[in-house]
Design a protein around this ligand. Structure first.
Ligand SMILES: Cc1ncc(COP(=O)(O)O)c(C=O)c1O
Length: 415
C-alpha cells in the first residue's frame, strides 16, 4: 500500500488495515462491507462511532454518512427511542430457553404494516430470510427450480450467489436459472419449457447493482412475472431486504401493484439491530410450518423491541415522506453541482437510494476520485454501490453535504 493509496485513512485506520491483513482473509470476504471494494483509501476503512446521520472513523474524523451501514440506518444511527426500547428489553432478557413474548408482538407489529401478509418468521439477516423464502416455495410446490434475474444480489447463500460458482461447488447453482431483467419474452420462453419445474420466481424491486445505473422493472416485465406465477403455480418471492421501507411505507411491491406470495425484509427493520423477517400469504403457511428453521441467536428479544420501535417511529414521524423530500434535494443539488463544474453524470434510482456514474469513465477512476474527495471533505458516498438517505438527514445536513460535493466535483478532473 502506498501513502497515496492511503489518503482517507489516518494513522489509526492505517494501523488497523495492517493488522486486519494479518488476521482476516483479505477484504474480499466481506466485499461490500469492506472499504476495499471502493479501492483502499477511497473510503475510511474503519468506523468507530455513529449517531444520527454522522459517523466518526477510527482516526476521529467525522462524516455526513450516506452509506447507512448498507441499509440499516433508517431513522438515524442510535436513534434515542429505538435504543431506549432495546435497552428496556435487554434489562429483562437477552436470549432464553423458550420463545420470548416479543416474538409474537414483533410479528404482529410487522403484519400491521404489511397488511397483505398473513404470517411472519423472524431471523437475523436478509440472506437467511431470502433463503427461507426459497425453501418455503420449494416445499409448497414440491419443485426445485428457482428463476432469478441476471446479477441480482440475494445474499450469501452459495446457491443464490451472483457470478460463477467457485471450484467444486459448480453443481449447487444448477437449480437456479437467471433470466435477463426487463425481458418479458425471455421469461415467457423459459417458462414454456421449464414452467412445471419452477418453485419460485425471485424478484428484487429494482435492478440496482454495483457500477451500473439503476433500472426499474417495466410494466410488461412485471405482468409477465405475475402471469408466469399464476399459470405455472410457482411462488413469487419478493426480496425487499435492501429496499424495504425506502420505496414504499408498506412494502416496495405496492409501488408496482404486485402481489407477492412471500416477502423478505431485513436491514432497515431494526434500525441497526440484527433482525430480519420473512412474511407470507396464508396459502404458503402450511409449507412454512413444515420447515425447521432455527439458530441460536434468532430469539434475542432486544432487536425485536428495536424493530417495533423503529416501525412506530417511522410511521409516527412520516419518515418515508421526509426521506423522499431530502433525497430529492440531494439529487437535484448533485445534478446542478455536476453541471456547474463541467461533469457529465448519470444519477439513477429513487431519491431515497440514488446511484451515481460519471460519463466517459470506463475504469471507474473518476467516480472513485470524486468519492475520495467527498470523504476528504467530510461526506461518505460509495463509488460503486447505491447510497441511502435516512430520516436523520435534515435539509441543513443535505446543504452541508452539497457544499462538500461541489468541492469534490471541482477537484475531480473532467473528461
Ligand atoms: C437485495 C438483497 N437481498 C439480500 C441481501 C442479504 O442481506 P444480508 O446482508 O442482511 O444477509 C442483501 C444485502 O445487501 C440485498 O441487498
Amino acid at each position: 500500500m502506498t501513502a497515496e493509496d492511503d489518503a482517507v485513512d489516518g494513522p489509526v485506520g492505517h494501523a488497523l488495515w495492517e493488522r486486519a491483513d494479518q488476521v482476516l482473509p483479505g477484504g474480499g470476504v466481506y466485499r461490500t462491507r469492506s472499504a476495499d471494494m471502493a479501492g483502499r483509501g477511497v473510503l475510511p476503512g474503519f468506523i468507530a462511532q455513529a449517531q444520527g446521520c454522522r459517523c466518526v472513523d477510527a482516526d476521529g474524523r467525522t462524516y455526513i454518512d450516506f452509506l447507512a451501514a448498507n441499509g440499516p440506518n433508517l431513522l438515524g444511527y442510535r436513534h434515542r427511542e429505538v435504543e431506549a426500547a432495546a435497552e428496556a428489553t435487554r434489562a429483562q432478557l437477552t436470549t432464553a430457553s423458550m420463545l420470548p413474548p416479543q416474538l409474537v408482538e414483533v410479528v404482529e407489529r410487522i403484519l400491521a404494516t404489511w397488511t397483505d401478509m398473513g404470517w411472519g418468521v423472524v431471523a437475523k439477516n436478509g440472506s437467511e430470510v431470502v433463503t427461507l423464502g426459497v425453501r418455503v416455495a420449494r416445499q409448497h410446490t414440491g419443485r426445485t427450480q428457482v428463476v432469478g434475474f441476471t446479477n441480482a444480489y440475494h445474499g450469501n447463500d452459495p446457491e443464490l450467489a451472483v457470478g460463477a460458482p467457485e471450484g467444486p461447488l459448480t453443481h449447487i447453482t444448477s437449480d437456479v436459472q437467471r433470466i435477463a431483467w426487463n425481458d418479458p419474452q425471455a421469461l415467457v420462453n423459459h417458462m414454456a419449457t421449464h414452467g412445471d419445474y419452477v418453485a419460485a420466481i425471485l424478484l428484487n424491486p429494482l435492478d440496482q447493482r454495483p457500477l451500473v445505473a439503476t433500472t426499474a422493472p417495466s410494466q410488461d416485465f412485471l405482468a409477465a412475472i405475475e402471469q408466469a406465477r399464476d399459470q405455472f403455480g410457482a411462488l413469487l418471492v419478493f426480496d425487499d431486504v435492501r429496499h424495504g421501507l425506502r420505496l414504499h411505507p408498506n412494502g416496495s411491491h405496492h409501488l408496482y401493484g404486485l402481489e407477492p406470495d412471500l416477502v423478505a425484509l431485513g436491514k432497515a427493520l431494526g434500525n441497526g439491530h440484527a433482525i430480519s423477517a420473512l412474511m407470507g400469504r396464508n396459502h404458503a403457511r402450511r409449507a412454512a410450518r413444515k420447515i425447521m428453521f432455527t439458530s441460536t441467536y434468532m430469539f434475542e428479544a432486544p432487536p425485536m423491541a428495536a424493530a417495533m420501535a423503529t416501525l412506530d417511529i417511522y410511521e409516527r414521524d412520516a419518515v418515508f415522506d421526509h426521506m423522499q423530500r431530502v433525497g430529492q434535494q440531494f439529487c437535484d443539488g448533485i445534478a446542478s453541482a455536476a453541471t456547474a463544474t463541467g461533469h457529465k453524470v448519470v444519477l439513477s434510482g429513487p431519491p431515497t437510494m440514488p446511484t451515481l456514474q460519471f460519463g466517459d469513465d470506463p475504469n471507474h477512476g473518476r467516480v472513485r476520485t470524486f468519492c475520495r474527495h467527498a470523504a476528504e471533505n467530510g461526506v461518505l458516498i460509495h463509488p460503486f454501490l447505491n447510497w441511502f438517505i435516512s430520516g436523520a438527514h435534515t435539509e441543513a445536513d443535505i446543504d452541508l453535504a452539497l457544499d462538500a460535493l461541489r468541492t469534490a466535483f471541482a477537484a475531480t478532473p473532467t473528461a
